[in-house]
Design a protein around this ligand. Structure first.
Ligand code: ADP
Ligand code: NA
Length: 330
């Protein structure tokens, strides 16, 4: 097709995606199917850097793929696959590692942050070379655009540098991908600590809504969201971050500007806003949860989707890798 190709990946690092993942990333995956030629990947090789148990990694990989299908990634329209099913990712990574400077890789702030947290000696080399695997993911598919949040900007810059460097050194081989910056309004904050982002790594009880929560759990979490004592609904992320977050969530789901929702709550308390937000989230997530469980209960169907996705991905990835190998003299 003539549509620009988009690549995006998500790590299978939990049993359920959360509301931040959905509104900040996965919802856009679904929308991009209308305008782009999408390649979507469950990046289980990236997830290995956090040393999961084999059972967790296996289960979460399947659960991630099932949730993606359930939330609207159409395996006919998109190439949807699991990273380790396509060995070209690991093969191209080695080539890109040999093209990356040690100092250049050492400047990646995500590695510096993560290795500082875990202790540099206990960090794996895989954590260090993670950006080269990410570059391989993107470049194998001759990707035109990559949706990125702030946290992945530097890695995409490295990907662009590596593509241009390879092309200059060995001849035109890779498309140099452009970032598709996801709007900051997609950032969802923690329900109990509204100054921090909603994240599984900092989650406390009731602070994060999971796609696979029961409707009762979702409602309870949203209704117990931390707000403030001002008592008037207005969109003021600095002074009323909890209320602004509820408006952002409700606005994202109902496709309205959070500011434009404020008038609906004139003279009403936070309770009404919480009820509406909870109802909106449940209306989207309940059917996704049900469909996910159906897919997980039908392993043969899920295998079929995974196998077909891997086959389609490999056709493209093998073609690119063959060009790369020829260009470098393998
Ligand atoms: P977590 O922070 O829970 O570990 P990940 O880092 O695995 O989540 O995020 C996966 C994707 O979801 C990324 O594209 C990221 O930008 C997006 N995302 C994660 N948390 C949020 C959030 N609170 N608001 C918006 N987008 C988010
Ligand atoms: Na994270």
């Amino acid at each position: 097709t003539a549509s620009p190709r988009v690549f995006s990946g998500i790590q299978p690092t939990s049993d359920s995606f959360h509301l931040g993942n959905y509104l900040g990333a996965l919802r856009h995956w679904v929308a991009l199917q209308q305008t782009h030629d999408p390649i979507y990947c469950v990046v289980n090789q990236h997830a290995l850097t956090v040393d999961p148990s084999p059972a967790d990694l296996h289960r979460r990989t399947r659960a991630s793929l099932a949730q993606l299908v359930a939330l609207g990634v159409d395996p006919d329209r998109s190439v949807l696959f699991v990273q380790s099913d396509v060995p070209e990712h690991a093969q191209l990574t080695w080539v890109l590692e040999c093209l990356t400077g040690f100092g250049e890789a050492s400047r990646m702030t995500q590695f510096k942050d993560k290795s500082a947290k875990g202790g540099a000696d206990r960090s794996s080399v895989g954590l260090f070379t993670y950006p080269m695997l990410m570059a391989a993911d993107i470049l194998l598919y001759q990707t035109h655009v990559v949706p990125v949040g702030e946290d992945q900007r530097q890695h995409l810059e490295l990907t662009r540098d590596l593509a241009a460097r390879f092309n200059a050194k060995y001849g035109e081989t890779f498309v140099v991908p452009e970032p598709h910056i996801v709007k900051e309004t997609g950032r969802i904050v923690d329900l109990q600590n509204p100054t921090g982002k909603m994240s599984k790594s900092t989650a406390t009880e009731n602070s994060l809504v999971n796609v696979l929560d029961t409707p009762k759990q979702m409602s309870k979490k949203i209704k117990s969201a931390m707000t403030d004592s001002i008592g008037v609904v207005s969109f003021d992320p600095d002074n009323q971050p909890g209320v602004a977050n509820l408006l952002t969530i409700l606005g994202s789901i109902t496709d309205r500007d959070p500011e434009s929702l404020v008038a609906d709550y004139a003279g009403k308390g936070y309770g009404a806003l919480k009820v509406d937000t909870a109802d909106a989230v449940v209306a989207v997530f309940e059917p996704i949860g049900n469909r996910t469980r159906e897919l997980l209960d039908d392993p043969a169907e899920l295998d079929k989707i995974m196998d077909r996705g891997a086959e389609r991905a490999r056709v493209i990835a093998a073609d690119t890798l063959a060009k790369v190998y020829r260009a470098i003299g393998f």
